[in-house]
Design a protein around this ligand. Structure first.
Ligand SMILES: O=C(O)c1ccc(O)c(O)c1
Ligand SMILES: [Mg+2]
Length: 592
């Protein structure tokens, strides 16, 4: 299917926007009128540029406040419309979006609106223009796509159809399955937008908080399924009003937007409808973390902490300045190759997957860059890609005991393992990258998103959203931290069956824990009916505790080293959370 995007989605002025849309792979654009009005190029120049870039000009929009008006106003609206049709001829465009009247309508009548739209269609036809009528969620009388369709049906003019916009339909909770009752050739245009679940007026929600498909809470896969079932064959077009996307780099945002459509088109694969170009290589969710890799200026501090935690030194790599620590299947690589001018940071993580080449192929189809790492004869070459923030992700399909382990000096860990595996990797995002990261991890790695939540911190509420596999074997909590300018703290959490015993031993070895205030433990006694001796033990070891209906959670954090710290977690019974409600605020306050 063809892809399109409204120029209002991205930042800057019209000409750079057109370049960015073409470069990102879009087939066409909707020209958002203010972008044209504020441009110094003539309509003819815009038309020529679009043609040269291989972009079709799919929709001119919006034409406002047309229908449901008295005769005087109607005459003036027809005059206004005619000047727009003349402009569209200069642009070489043939489809205009008319959104339902939000301001000047005084007549609440399907019949009047239909007659007025029919007259508009007749005028438009003399310019070779067609009208796509869209119900805005806050339209004065027409605020439901089903009513817009009733009016269009009654207007009964070949040049008058509807424009469906997922936001206006799903934000109001209107049932999208009635779309299938509209003949596909009367759906003149389709606008797609996702949005977070918010409780606010629909106009503000629409104008500031729309997201690209896959980033919010709307079920766009089902929505698009209904539109395709109706027989719609026009472009899939993005119309996302979002204050962040309109401030970020135009080329990057256009690429980000395009990825969302490629992903969505693949979600609704159906024979004969979506074409092969939007079929992504299929993958199954990753099975486990293979390793994490740290780089930076003070890796010897990390050696010490891993030793105190009870990890085993597995030696140096055969050919690279890289060393490995492990415990069970929790593996930490310290890489001295690059990034030594920066504080210690998380630079990469590995995932155990069913098919590493398929994972990389899918990443490339979604325009995620391949990452090449030098390997020498006989060494395992792990296919890799990079997330939008530069985090490298390496794919290993060689099972839980990968071949690459043999490239390090010492084989056998030689003592009982304190950690079993990597439970989660917490990746702090810059606020302007957050939605892009959600889409990246969902589309490229096939992770699911847990509902977003907000965690209290000394600098305000921290947005947090966990991307994970259904079985919980791979979890990536994404956080926006208010102190992100001061360094992007990341952390790696390891699972253990005995966090209390581990903490005791680590303390004897001199490990420096993140100190937990006494008040936390007083509060803990209020929150849960816990054994006093247990609370005393938690208090003496700086351990945190949470529980819910599914089970309990014992965990602790180390102090931050560079931009990294470690966590050890013990999930009791079926506890599936992260201690986000009470423990994360304590951590954020202590770190501050
Ligand atoms: O917010 C608006 O005014 C507006 C304009 C055009 C659209 O297609 C739309 O969905 C909203
Ligand atoms: Mg719209």
């Amino acid at each position: 299917m063809r892809t399109s995007i409204a120029t209002v989605c991205i930042s800057g002025s019209l000409v750079p926007k057109l370049h960015a849309c073409a470069e990102a792979g879009f087939d066409g654009v909707e020209i958002f009128e203010p972008d044209l009005v504020t441009a110094y190029e003539s309509p003819e120049e815009i038309r020529t540029l679009a043609a040269r870039l291989g972009l079709t000009l799919d929709l001119y929009q919006p034409f406002r406040d047309f229908e449901g008006v008295d005769d005087d106003l109607f005459a003036d609206n027809m005059r206004r419309a005619e000047t727009k049709f003349q402009l569209m001829q200069r642009l070489g465009m043939d489809l205009v979006l008319v959104c339902s009247n939000v301001a000047t309508a005084t007549i609440d009548s399907d019949d009047v609106s239909a007659r007025q739209l029919r007259a508009l269609g007749e005028l438009a036809s003399s310019y070779g223009v067609r009208i796509a009528f869209e119900a805005l969620a806050w339209g004065k009388y027409v605020d439901d796509y089903r009513r817009a369709w009733r009016i269009v049906e009654r207007a009964d003019h070949p040049n008058v159809g509807v424009c469906l916009d997922s936001f206006h339909i799903l934000s109001r909770g209107h049932d999208p399955s009635d779309i299938e009752k509209i003949p596909g050739d009367k759906i003149f245009f389709l606008q797609l937008a996702d949005a977070p679940a918010l409780t606010m007026d629909v106009l503000s929600w629409s104008r500031h908080h729309r997201l690209f498909p896959g980033e919010g809470s709307f079920d766009l896969t089902a929505f698009l399924g209904h539109v395709l079932a109706a027989g719609y064959t026009g472009p899939l077009s993005l119309e996302v009003f979002n204050d962040v996307f309109r401030q970020t780099d135009v080329r990057r945002t256009a690429a980000h937007a395009h990825r969302s459509l490629v992903w969505l088109a693949d979600q609704v694969r159906r024979p004969g409808v979506s074409d092969a170009t939007h079929h992504l290589t299929e993958i199954t969710p990753p099975q486990a973390f293979d390793f994490v890799e740290l780089r930076g200026s003070a890796l010897d501090e990390i050696d010490l902490v891993l030793e105190q935690l009870g990890f085993t030194f597995r030696g140096r790599h055969r050919t690279k300045p890289v060393r490995l620590w492990s415990s069970g299947r929790a593996r930490v690589i310290l890489n001295e190759q690059r990034g030594n001018d920066r504080p210690t940071h998380l630079a990469a993580f590995g995932l155990e997957v069913a098919d590493a080449d398929a994972a990389l192929a899918r990443a490339r189809e979604l325009a995620a860059p391949p990452v090449f790492r030098q390997t020498h004869a006989g060494e395992q070459d792990l296919p890799a890609t990079a997330a939008p923030d530069g985090m490298q992700i390496l794919f290993n399909d060689n099972g839980p005991d990968p071949r690459w382990l043999d490239e390090f000096t010492y084989g056998d860990p030689g003592r009982a393992d304190v950690a079993r595996s990597i439970d989660h990797v917490n990746i702090t995002q810059r606020w302007q990258d957050f939605d892009e990261a959600v889409l990246f991890y969902q589309s490229v790695l096939g992770l699911e998103s847990e509902p977003p939540r907000e965690v209290a911190s000394p600098r305000g509420l921290v947005r947090s959203q966990v991307m994970r596999t259904p079985d919980g074997c791979v979890r990536l909590p994404l956080n926006v931290e208010p102190q992100a300018e001061e360094g992007r703290t990341q952390h790696v959490a390891f699972t253990s069956d005995d966090v209390v015993g581990l903490a005791r031993t680590a303390r004897e070895r001199g490990l420096s824990f993140l100190p937990v205030p006494d008040n936390y433990y007083d509060d803990l006694r209020a929150r849960f009916a816990l054994d006093e001796a247990f609370v005393a033990e938690l208090r003496s070891l700086d351990l945190l505790y949470d529980q819910d209906a599914d089970g309990g959670f014992v965990h602790f954090y180390t102090r931050t080293l560079g931009d990294v710290f470690f966590e050890f977690v013990e999930r009791r019974e079926a506890y599936d959370g992260y201690g986000a409600a009470a423990d994360a605020p304590v951590r954020l306050a202590a770190q501050r």
